[in-house]
Design a binder for this molecule. Structure first.
Ligand code: LLP
Length: 417
């Protein structure tokens, strides 16, 4: 196979995921269709997890990147824990069989019932984002008569040099607390009967390819850990968040997870803490793609539009962030190329999947694949324009299994009576 990404590529002019020609999938299951490769998921999880084998660590997959229970189950079998940001995500992780002691819970707006839910189930730790939240956790814990394990999410004020919408570690962002405030919160937690400080957390952003930002952040956070130690606060976990980027173009270089490991390992070794990591995109991003059918080829002046049946409700990243997703034909074509915009059916000008691309000539009824769609693809989809959401399918070798059925028209209104 001539690979575009591991386990995804062409053979005799046909696009394959592992051994399955994707044309067969669209013929049997329709479009739009999300497809994932089991082997690729395993490959990316291991590439990441193995890079840290030198230190005691727990890789908590960021459920927001891909929340399908079957994907979570598969990752659980590889040893993954879960990084969650809502009661819904904790519910999904537990349903997949991920043990509560491998679940961390972050998010700036945790509700009381979410705190209760997490405490009752005995999660590993709350990544606390404000003083108000710490007080809420304390009051819920005291009512339940338990001790809540907490980490403070610190905002180390480093620039991850990524898209502003997904930069979280700068002072101006709503996430975490300053290093100074963190110290105060730890001392408060130490004195409380119902709070147990167990870790420290930071997450500086997403799609980061300059790994030095991680080293810089971890360095600042390790200073805090040392100060806390002097003040009698002993922690167990150093949670360095997620954020390692992927290549969205098959010919672009991938930053090896080893490089991230080299930034973090010396720091946790020196501190003697257990490392927690929260990769999302890195594990599932390039293990999935979105298949779509060409509905019309529309010409206007010197512009050509390929109108396809997947829109910004199915894959929001291009419209939301101007993100690049590589688009390829399902049946490879030699010959003439055209400069086109690939656009969806949604009634918004921003509904563009790929702008100004060189693509082969196609005709209605042909299929295209939107690559690198395994993270923040389906999980960010919606029913906008009353479009039932796509099915999801998991390929394993020469076989495949539907892991989420396509929504029906009845599903759209099932809660409206
Ligand atoms: N941990 C925390 C606390 C997070 O907030 C996130 C992502 C992650 C881990 C996982 O980050 P990753 O390894 O996937 O970069 N929808 C955007 C990405 C938003 C990321 C939000 N937080 C996108 O499609 O690019």
């Amino acid at each position: 196979m001539k690979e575009l990404f591991p386990f995804i590529g062409y053979e005799s002019g046909e696009l394959l995921v592992e051994e399955v020609p994707v044309k067969r999938l669209v013929q049997e299951l329709g479009t739009p269709l999300y497809v994932y490769s089991r082997k690729a998921l395993e490959f990316w999880f291991r590439e990441f997890d193995d890079a840290f084998s030198d230190v005691e660590h727990l890789t908590c997959f960021a459920v927001k990147a891909n929340s399908n229970v079957n994907i979570l189950k598969l990752l659980k079998d590889l040893g993954a824990g879960a990084d969650t940001v809502s009661m819904g995500e904790i519910f999904r992780a537990l349903t997949a069989g991920i043990p509560p002691e491998k679940i961390v819970f972050a998010g700036v707006g945790k509700r009381k019932e979410e705190v209760e839910y997490a405490l009752e189930r005995g999660i590993l730790m709350f990544n606390v984002e404000s003083e108000g939240e710490l007080e809420l956790i304390e009051s819920v814990a005291s009512r339940l008569g338990v001790e809540a394990p907490v980490a403070v999410r610190v905002n180390p004020d480093v620039d991850p040099k990524t898209h502003p919408y997904i930069s979280t570690g700068l002072k101006a962002a709503k996430f975490g607390v300053t290093l100074e405030e963190a110290e105060r919160l730890y001392l408060f937690a130490k004195e409380s009967k119902y709070l147990r400080p167990v870790g420290v957390h930071f997450h500086i952003g997403s799609q980061i390819t300059d790994v030095s930002a991680f080293g810089e952040a971890a360095g600042k956070v390790s200073e805090l850990v040392k100060v806390l130690r002097d003040r009698g606060v002993e922690l167990e976990f150093f949670d360095a968040g997620g954020g390692l980027g992927i290549n969205y173009h098959p010919e672009e270089e991938v930053v090896p997870a080893e490089r991230l490991a080299r930034e973090l390992i010396p720091i946790v070794k020196e501190l003697g803490l257990k490392l927690i990591l929260e990769p999302g995109r890195r594990v599932t991003g390039n293990a999935g793609l979105l298949l779509t059918e060409v509905l019309y080829v529309k010409e206007r002046g010197d512009k050509t539009f390929y109108v396809v049946d997947a829109g910004m409700n199915d894959i929001a990243r291009p419209a939301l962030y101007g993100a690049y997703h590589h688009v390829v034909p399902v049946v490879g074509r030699e010959g003439k190329k055209r400069r086109v915009d690939v656009v969806g059916p949604i009634c918004e000008t921003g509904d563009i999947i790929a702008r100004d691309r060189e693509l082969p000539e196609v005709k209605p009824g042909d299929y295209l694949a939107v690559l690198s769609a395994g993270a923040y693809g389906f999980s960010m989809s919606s029913n906008y324009n009353s479009r039932p959401r796509p099915a999801e399918v998991l390929v394993d070798g020469a076989s495949y299994r539907v892991i989420r059925q396509r929504e029906s028209l009845a599903d759209l209104i099932s809660r409206e009576f």
